[in-house]
Write a protein that binds this ligand. Structure first.
Ligand code: G4P
Length: 212
């Protein structure tokens, strides 16, 4: 028991948790807490992209979901795309991203799902042409942030419309205090987040630790 308490955190740090520590370090060093709910990570995830960091997160997703026979990665424009594309190279599959507005080149039959954003206080409609997901697909949903889980749920709804299967959800930064992630886990979704912020203030960001 004592040995487990000592060795497990050390083992996690060197094997599974290494990326988690790297992302936590980037959040601590470069993230900015804008309010009790909003974390700004524009310098490495949302405006400027730290490709090496994203590559490590992608590799971590592959460690977790590599056995799941993923045929496609699904994300939402815009900030999810970079992470999804980097991760897709490990899974050797294509990326489909949902658009949040209709445009002239979105033709033919479409999958659509409503997605309310608590962060922005607005309703988006996620749209994907039907030709890009079919009933044989095994989908990994990837996104940069997970707050209340609305975007992930909208993606899951679209996959259901296609008769395909969501085999997992990979997130860079989960805001644990907004509980979307815990609700999805409680429903049996295989959700892996590279970093989980459990509390934040201007002075301190607290991450969820590996469970004993
Ligand atoms: P939810 O899907 O989990 O319920 O989250 P929510 O609707 O609240 O988030 C909507 C948008 O806000 C998403 O981006 C998400 O990435 C972003 N977001 C949520 N919380 C934070 C945060 O603390 N910091 C930052 N930087 N972004 C956050 P989006 O509207 O789809 O825009 P885009 O950036 O992907 O274009």
């Amino acid at each position: 028991m004592l040995a487990n308490r000592f060795f497990k955190p050390v083992f996690c740090f060197f094997v599974g948790g290494l990326c988690m520590r790297i992302l936590e370090k980037a959040i601590k060093e470069k993230g900015e807490v804008l309010s009790s709910e909003i974390l700004k990570v524009g310098s490495f995830l949302n405006n400027q992209i730290d490709v090496k960091l994203l590559n490590k997160i992608g590799k971590e997703f592959y460690k977790h979901f590599g056995e799941k026979k993923v045929t496609k990665i699904l994300t939402v424009e815009s900030s999810g795309i970079a992470l999804a594309v980097v991760a897709a190279q490990y899974f050797d599959c294509d990326v489909v991203f949902a658009k949040k507005s209709k445009s002239n080149n979105l033709k033919g039959e479409l999958y659509q799902a409503n997605c309310f954003s608590f962060t922005h206080g607005n309703m988006n409609i996620l749209i994907i042409p039907k030709e890009y997901i079919n009933s044989k697909d095994r989908i990994l949903v990837i996104d940069d942030f997970l707050a209340h889980g609305e975007a992930v749920r909208a993606c899951m709804q679209i996959v259901k419309q296609a008769g395909a299967e969501v085999v997992g959800v990979g997130i860079a930064i989960e805001k644990g205090f907004q509980h979307g992630g815990d609700e999805l886990r409680a429903e049996g979704v295989d959700l892996y987040s590279a970093a989980i912020v459990d509390k934040m203030s201007e002075k301190r960001i607290t991450f969820r630790k590996d469970e004993d």
